[in-house]
Write a protein that binds this ligand. Structure first.
Ligand code: PGA
Length: 259
């Protein structure tokens, strides 16, 4: 395999808006700004996804209807419906325009989501034809103790439990070291490259080399227009999951066009 990434796998740039912007009007402005900067023909060779807060998904989807920018959700219930106050099902998300859903973002794992819950979300998402973006990543103390690869690969295996090789075509994995999220401390391209390679090896162990080679693996953690190019050169980095730098249309444009 080549040392640098010639993007045999279709790249993915996903903007995780987290709990931003503050209201529907600003979310609409951001979506319109992004749509005006990323013309349909400019992004035919990449998957570009914006991931707004749940209440804005419907409007953002409508604004982006004529673009080829896709819309995702930040979380979903592992349940299909019923008496689960405050929860949102995959089917609901799909009905308002979501095509993807994050599962196991570290900010939610920190809030109490376990590997078992993340796995249930991944499987329910697949059952409901939503594409899960399975987020994995180690804390700083784990990296310093030399346990990062083991921890991340265990998260991958746990998150994918019960997922079939056929379903893997719909799954995206995002490596987001917890210490790099929102801190400005990006993993070095080499560290991002070596962990994404380990993740691909883990997928190969679980599903075989063909599935592993076809799976898109993203890096996330303080990705900006200025560093995306170096990260994307890593042979196993197929895209980026971006928080802060996805919240301005110019900056999101810079990410999408930056490699
Ligand atoms: P960041 O967030 O780009 O602001 O570090 C990444 C993420 O949490 O997905």
């Amino acid at each position: 395999m080549s040392e640098t990434n010639d993007h045999e796998r279709r790249p993915v740039i996903a903007g995780n808006w987290k709990m931003n912007p503050r209201d529907l009007e600003s979310a609409g402005d951001l979506a319109e700004g992004i749509a005006s900067k990323l013309g349909y023909d400019e992004i035919v060779d990449k998957d570009v996804i914006v991931i707004p807060p749940t209440p804005f998904i419907s409007d953002v989807s409508q604004i982006l209807e004529l673009s080829n920018i896709q819309v995702g959700a930040q979380a979903m219930s592992p349940e299909n419906g019923g008496a689960h106050t405050g929860e949102v099902s995959g089917k609901m998300l799909k009905s308002v325009g979501a095509t993807h859903v994050l599962a196991g973002h570290s900010e939610r794992r920190t809030g109490g989501e376990t590997d078992v819950m993340v796995n249930a979300q991944v499987r329910t998402a697949l059952d409901q034809s939503l594409r899960p973006i399975l987020c994995v990543g180690e804390e700083l103390n784990v990296r310093e103790a030399g346990d990062a690869v083991h921890t991340v690969c265990a998260q991958v295996a746990a998150g994918l439990k019960g997922v079939t090789a056929e379903q893997m075509t719909e799954v995206i994995v995002a490596y987001e070291p917890v210490w790099a999220i929102g801190t400005g401390m990006t993993a070095s391209p080499e560290d991002a490259g070596s962990m994404t390679e380990s993740i691909r090896d883990q997928i190969s162990l679980l599903y075989g080399e063909d599935v592993a080679q076809a799976t898109r693996i993203l890096y996330g953690g303080s990705v900006k227009p200025s560093n995306i190019g170096e990260l994307m050169k890593q042979k196993d980095v197929d895209g980026a999951l971006v928080g802060g730098a996805s919240l301005k249309a110019e900056s999101f444009e810079g990410l999408v066009k930056g490699f």
